[in-house]
Design a protein around this ligand. Structure first.
Ligand code: SF4
Length: 282
């Protein structure tokens, strides 16, 4: 027999729930087609489900025609893309998470004040790219202490942090920046949803033999959740769906903890729980 304990914080976060309900509203009960540039969320199963309902990922706006409807993802986009959509007569459903909007507001404000904007985050992440598009001329994007060291002397700077970045790492980077920036404004824009999820996972890990981290392989917050387990020397497995579970990971009597990223749908969690019950009954 296996015992499964589910973390009290699983499934979609506030921002993804909000995005999904705006998309459902846009689909209007069926028959409509909506487009997104890239995947709406970092979860292949949710993307497939949305595709079956009429949400089609495209590479660029060139694939759209006047009157089509484009979804702005929860991560946000650069303002140029919104302007171009309007110019081409494309309708928009803006699902940018309010917390990401807040980061965008902060960088615009700091750029207006003449501060050099520094974004702590992954330069390839869509959220960071969208924020950098609103941050005045040549914002600096850094994610390591070495990069913080190479920023050099600046008179007035301003920092925001990618919403899913590690707070511990961000604070060390800020400490380093403060050594060579005379006047540094800092906005802690790390999302509490991911912080609380990490804390709940750590607490859960203390009571189980193995942790299953469920989420899209391309989801940065799910990868970080798993990496945290690895760093804390917690026995953990990163799975995307029930099919990824290997029964040989478990021994009779094991307690299994289940946690998820912020873009993992409830039905994927249900499938994983059903598979674990099957294995337990064997
Ligand atoms: S993780 Fe936080 S910032 Fe990102 S979509 Fe969810 S609520 Fe918004």
């Amino acid at each position: 027999m296996l015992e499964v304990i589910v973390s009290p914080i699983t499934g979609f976060c506030f921002g993804v729930k909000r995005a999904m309900s705006l998309i459902e509203e846009g689909l209007g009960g069926g028959g409509k087609t909506l487009y997104s540039i890239g995947d709406v969320i970092h979860n292949p199963q949710a993307v497939e489900d949305l595709r079956s309902k009429g949400v089609i990922p495209v590479f660029s706006m060139d694939e759209l025609s006047e009157g089509d409807t484009l979804i702005i993802r929860a991560h946000g986009v650069i303002p140029d893309l919104i302007e171009e959509a309007r110019r081409r007569g494309i309708n928009l459903i803006d699902t940018t998470c309010p917390f990401v909007q807040k980061s965008q507001e902060y960088v615009r404000q700091m750029a207006d004040e003449g501060r050099k904007v520094i974004i702590i985050g992954d330069s390839s992440h869509p959220e960071v790219r969208a924020i950098s598009g609103q941050a005045g001329p040549d914002p600096i994007i850094i994610s390591t202490l070495e990069e913080a060291e190479s920023v050099g002397v600046i008179d007035r700077g301003g920092v925001v942090i990618q919403t899913t970045f590690s707070r511990e790492k961000a604070m060390k980077i800020i400490d380093k920046l403060e050594k060579h920036i005379r006047d540094l404004g800092v906005h802690d824009t790390i999302c509490q949803a991911t912080v609380l999820r990490r804390e709940a996972t750590l607490e859960l890990a203390g009571n189980v033999d193995i942790v299953l981290v469920v989420g899209g392989k391309g989801s940065s917050n799910t990868k970080r959740l798993y990496q945290m387990c690895v760093d804390e020397e917690i026995t953990a497995r990163f799975i995307e769906t029930a099919e990824d579970i290997d029964p040989s990971w478990f021994e009779d009597g094991d307690r299994i903890g289940l946690t998820t990223g912020t873009s993992t749908p409830d039905w994927v969690i249900e499938d994983v729980l059903a598979r674990l019950r099957e294995i337990s009954d064997c």
